[in-house]
Design a protein around this ligand. Structure first.
Ligand code: NI
Length: 141
């Protein structure tokens, strides 16, 4: 088994807010991140697939194919968007768009496409909100 990782970047705005709480409680828990005008991050998305190299090509997956899947399934929905206002998983207060939740949401978008292609399996997602902070998700198992 070998692991192959591709990175992509996207820019998006967000704020943290729990609709079930008062404004005061949101501000107490989320601090500056509760400013409902939002603020931006340059995120890095890291997608790792696991499998065996093809005996002919030496590829676990074709990296151009993986790039296209990441662009179509995640970046097209998230890049230059306000996550709270425009992105299905997070809008209308459904889910707080933390790096943790973005990593899980990206997994849900990518896993069916990657795993259906045969060969490699989605292994890990990392979402870096800054170079110092990332969330990692490896599925439920
Ligand atoms: Ni933030």
């Amino acid at each position: 088994m070998i692991f192959l990782t591709r990175r992509a970047t996207f820019s998006a705005s967000h704020y943290y807010w729990n609709e079930a709480w008062s404004a005061a409680q949101n501000e107490q828990v989320f601090g500056k991140c509760a400013n409902r005008n939002g603020h931006g991050h340059n995120y890095t998305l890291e997608v790792t697939v696991a499998g065996e190299p093809d005996p002919v090509t030496g590829f676990v997956v074709d990296l151009k194919w993986l790039k296209d899947v990441m662009e179509r399934e995640v970046l097209a929905a998230y890049d230059h968007r306000h996550l709270n206002l425009e992105v299905e998983e997070f809008k209308a207060g459904k889910l707080v768009p933390t790096s943790e939740n973005i990593a899980i949401a990206a997994w849900k978008r990518l896993e069916p496409k990657v795993n259906a292609a045969g060969g490699a399996q989605l292994n890990r997602i990392r979402v870096y909100e800054t170079p110092e902070i990332f969330a990692e998700y490896r599925g439920e198992a």
